[in-house]
Design a protein around this ligand. Sequence first.
Ligand SMILES: [Fe+2]
Length: 309
Amino acid sequence: MNSGGHEMIKVKRLRHVTFTSPNIEAQLDYYQSIIGLGVIQRSDGRILLGTESEELTLVLERGAASQLTSIAYEVAPNLDPADLQKSLASLGIKSEIRSDTAPGTAKALVFDDPDGHRIELFSRWEFCKAVEPIRGLAVAKLGHVALHTPDPGRTAKFFGDVLGFRVSDRIEENFVFLRCGPEHHAMNFARGTDGRLHHLAFELRDASHMHQACDLLGRNKFQILWGPVRHGPGHNVAVYHYNPDGYLIELYYSMDLMLDEELGYFEPRPWHHDRPQRPKTWIGLPRDVWGVGPAKEATEFSPEMRGVK
Ligand SMILES: [Fe+2]
């Protein structure tokens, strides 16, 4: 879609998410000792955490409720925020240019998605080294964000039209997987009553890293609620557990890749249901290729249901 001569926005990469939490110290301890992020910067009530690859990944802010408030994406280099702002305005979306939302990001364009999350877009960022040794799993990166939404179709259309995401798969009318690069999904939308987080996923390197993750979760009494499993959509190997704020966290590796958008199919792999494996709507069960199905707690997905305030 060409929006009145303005450049169409195309998100390239998921960069970082911002969470508020009343239990910021418990969150910090979990992300340091289990997930393996390191503190980059710390001020009163705000902690920036990054990976061993020195990418800003998570911003923790003290707040009354535990919720995901903001998602930051990288757009193509050298895009001027003022041009992006015009492009959004032509789609009827009000946005604001902000300074210093993240280290090394001089200017970011900030606006709200239809479900009230703040979206931050920027083309410049800097690697940020943690000021402490990385412990825990030292995950490779933040892989994807899955959000609830009252209307997955409408929200997927917004992310497609406004941010350039492509649909990788759907599960019936209830779940949409979107990609912004070669990986099968960077965003998911699941039907729900509001825009709260469904799950947050961190990428592991390989099978031995997954084995290490399961041992570390077990040793620290984090119950594995789903998996290890090789999923159908995306064909990633995944395990799920709840973090101390009651949000579902996925650890995964080996996700499908669409290396060439023009070809329109995912790189062939032995466990694919279709040859070639193209984006489609998955209907019915089982979808997982192999593995342990979800515990009842894993499908409830709501901190309130687990008594977390
Ligand atoms: Fe996921």
